[in-house]
Structure formats: C-alpha cells, structure tokens
Ligand binder design. Structure first.
Ligand code: SF4
Length: 334
C-alpha cells in the first residue's frame, strides 16, 4: 500500500510519472472488472434543498429565487422507462436534500422495480434522512445510496457546508448498517484544502468501507458565496481517481461531468485514470436547465457521448455490479 508521503507526491504527478500512475490504475481496474464500464441513468428529482452549501446554486438561500420543481412519481417512472429502453439497469434518483421527496420515492421505487422485473439497481442520492427512512427506502427496493463526504477536513466541511463531517459519516454508517451499498465522494481543489487533506479523503473512503467514490474538481458557480474562487484543477482530480483505484480496486468510480466541464476531454481522461462508471442524464431538457448543479452552464452527458468515449478508450459498457448480490441477499432474507 502506498504511504501517505507517496500519495501526497503522486497527487501532483504530471507528464511521464502521471501516465505511469494512470497505467497502474488501469491495470488494477482490469484485474477487478476487466475492460468494462458501468452505465447509470440519472433522473434529477428536485432542485429544492434544505442545506446551504457555499459552492452550490441550489443552496437553501437560493431556493426562493430559483425556478423550483419536483418530479411526480409518474414522471419518474416514465423516465425510468426510457432508461430501461436504453438497456441501462442502474437507475440513479438524485436531488436536493428535502424530506418532501420521500412520498414520491415511496410511490416510484416499487413501480421502477416492477418495470424491470426486479432486475434493477435503484441508486439514491438524496442526502441525509432519518435512519427509519433509510430502512423504509431499503425495504421498498432501493439498493444503493450515495452520500458524499465532500471534504474530510472537519473545519473546512463545517465552513462550506454548514453541517458537521461527523453527522455525514454517521449517516453513511447508518446506511451501511441498514443494508445499502454505499457511496461517498469528494471535491478536489476546494479553496483552503491541502494535499494532506486529500490524502485524508482517500484514507477515509477506505475506513468507511465504501463501495463507490466520486471525485469532482471544484467549479465556482454563479450566485454562490464561492463564485469568485478559482476553478479546480482536472489533473489533481484525475490523480485522486488513480490513487483511489490503486488503494481500493473494487471501487465504482465515476468519470464525472465536472471533468468535462473543467476541460474538454476530461471524462475520457477520467477513464484513462481508472474510473469505471459513466452516467447518462435522462432528465427532461427543461429540468436540466433548472437543476443548477454548477449553474446553468453545465455539461449534460448523453448516451451517444458515453458510447463514443467508452469505445474510443477500448472499453465496453456493462450493467450493475450489485444486482446479483442483491437478488441473493433479498432472497436469503425471505
Ligand atoms: S450540494 Fe447538495 S446538499 Fe449542498 S446545497 Fe447543493 S443540493 Fe443541497
């Protein structure tokens, strides 16, 4: 295993050293997953959020000024039908953190499972909820849950998210205990973030036993307190991807749209660095404009873009890695 010192030094690798790091990471991915990339379809449920993250245009302080929306359960299921028709069996339901999505999810999740004859991974990314609510969502058929820790630096976390790191980690532990496959994620190049803190992020992902971990370079978004901060460094984010892969070969690591937004070709480099997940956006055009993930100027990933990119990288698309295990654990629970 790489030492902290080695990781810190590899975070700033460039040129030949960086290419060797990526090649090593790709070999680790190949050994664990072969030449395959997991394909997800995402539906953006709502742009309403009760949290006030300083980097996000959907933060609580902006909700009143934003053109807000909630999808209905019918709209979600109709969109899931499009995802199914595209041959994708991972349905990611993502939105701001608000308990208002719960009744909608309660209605939609069992219908999505029926649509797929149970052969689907329902992946949630809807923020902190109560443990009993996690239990309910798991019981009605959600498989996996992403709750990004964003930064492992407790002071920085509190300063930019106005929530404690400790509570985020407690929720991740609850999700695991309830039976979810869990995912975390970090933002790299945050103002005030040190390289040591990014090494901590990698170690933290290992400690919590995560199944999935994303890395997004910081993007200063309009209408946020961080709008004037400098844009993040893709190379740093790519090196974090490679280090995560080397330390935890089993991880599902997406090549996120933020990489493409920061630099054209960024998602292709993400695959080069050892990522193994791509996410296609199935939200309607109008909702994509209102889901202000980095402001209105976002890169929306289409199925054609993903197919092109994956083929060019000499890789193949595949479905969920959790479905078989899930079917077995749900059957043994009966
Ligand atoms: S990053 Fe997520 S939790 Fe934070 S304000 Fe935006 S939608 Fe809410």
């Amino acid at each position: 295993m790489l030492t902290r010192e080695e990781m810190r030094s590899l975070l700033v690798a460039r040129g030949q050293e960086q290419e060797e790091l990526f090649a090593e990471s790709r070999r680790a991915r190949q050994r664990r997953y072969g030449a395959t990339i997991v394909l997800r379809g995402v539906i953006e449920l709502t742009n309403v959020c009760r949290v006030n993250c300083d980097y996000c245009p959907m933060r609580r302080d902006n909700v009143r000024g934003n053109d807000t929306y909630f999808l209905t359960a019918d709209q979600i299921v109709e969109t899931a039908e499009l995802i199914r028709a595209s041959g994708i069996n991972v349905v990611l339901l993502q939105g701001g953190e608000t308990p208002s999505v719960l009744p909608i999810l309660e209605d939609a999740i069992p219908r999505i499972r029926r649509l797929y004859d149970d052969q689907v991974e329902v992946l949630l990314n809807v923020g902190n909820l109560k443990r009993a609510q996690y239990e309910r969502l798991h019981a009605i058929g959600a498989t996996s849950y992403i709750l990004k820790h964003e930064t492992s630096d407790p002071d920085l976390h509190l300063r930019i998210r106005h929530e404690t790191l400790e509570s985020r980690l407690r929720h991740l532990r609850d999700l695991r205990a309830v039976g979810f496959k869990i995912g975390t994620g970090l933002i790299s190049s945050l103002p005030g973030q040190s390289l040591d803190s990014i090494v901590d992020d990698i170690e933290l992902a290992d400690e919590i036993g995560t199944d999935m971990c994303s890395v997004s370079p910081f993007i200063p978004a309009p209408n946020t307190p961080m709008s004037l901060e400098p844009i993040g460094d893709n190379e740093l984010a790519l090196n974090v991807i490679a280090l995560l892969r080397l330390r935890m070969p089993h991880l599902l690591i997406p090549s996120v749209s933020a990489l493409e937004r920061v630099g054209g070709g960024g998602q292709s480099r993400g695959l080069d660095a050892g990522a193994n997940v791509m996410t296609v956006n199935f939200s309607g055009a109008n909702d994509q404009k209102r889901y202000l993930i980095y402001g209105k100027d976002r890169f929306v990933v289409t199925l054609d873009h993903v197919r092109r990119l994956v083929e060019t990288s000499g890789l193949e698309l595949r479905g969920s890695v959790f479905i078989k295990q899930e079917t077995m654990s749900r059957e043994s629970a009966r």
